[in-house]
Design a protein around this ligand. Sequence first.
Ligand code: NI
Length: 230
Amino acid sequence: TMLLHLPAVLTPAQCHHLRTTLSDPAQRRWQSGRATAGAQAAALKHNRQIDPTSPGYAAAAALIRDALLAQPLYQSAVLPAQLTAPMFNAYGAGEAYGLHVDAAIQRSGSTGLPLRTDVSTTVFLNDPDEYDGGELVVQDLYGCHDIKLAAGDALVYPASSLHQVLPVRRGERLASFLWAQSLVRDPAQRQSLLDLDLSIQSLRQTVGDGADLQRLTQLYHNLLRQWAES
Ligand code: NI
């Protein structure tokens, strides 16, 4: 049930570089988004994705992966064990992706082995004023959340959630997306570890190190040791 906004995962220069790659026919070939959707989702999915055999794909995907893994908040919240290869998509006017749940099993981008999708991430590559519509709508226990973030920002949300991309009415929406298998499968346990980690970091700033903080840090690592799968 946790939606997490990660600001400035990419610099403006990195966003510009990725948009240049996505607009250059020598570097990318688009394919129908249906190519990678399951039977139920394919009927709802109207967008384009980069063909991963495109010349510019590998460098673009590595940029996204490295930028996300460099975010302390991504590491704390997701505790990633494996990532899928980042993909890139485009929604032009009239394109959308109806309400669906993502496939539970994908493939690791590094090993090709099956990966359980625990956490979804969308990295927005262009600014909200460049297109109308195209909101990412995620349903959780508290209702629906319409999300449209600045270029370079990312949304992290549970892969178990129902979600959709509303129709784009003007312009083009460009994004990258990927899934993570977490070291900690249970979302409530992940949330507890994140809360504890954020409190420890905050106390380190305000109170400084000491015996109490040391015990909290010990607790964090011992809970992670209990809950992490290896
Ligand atoms: Ni999806």
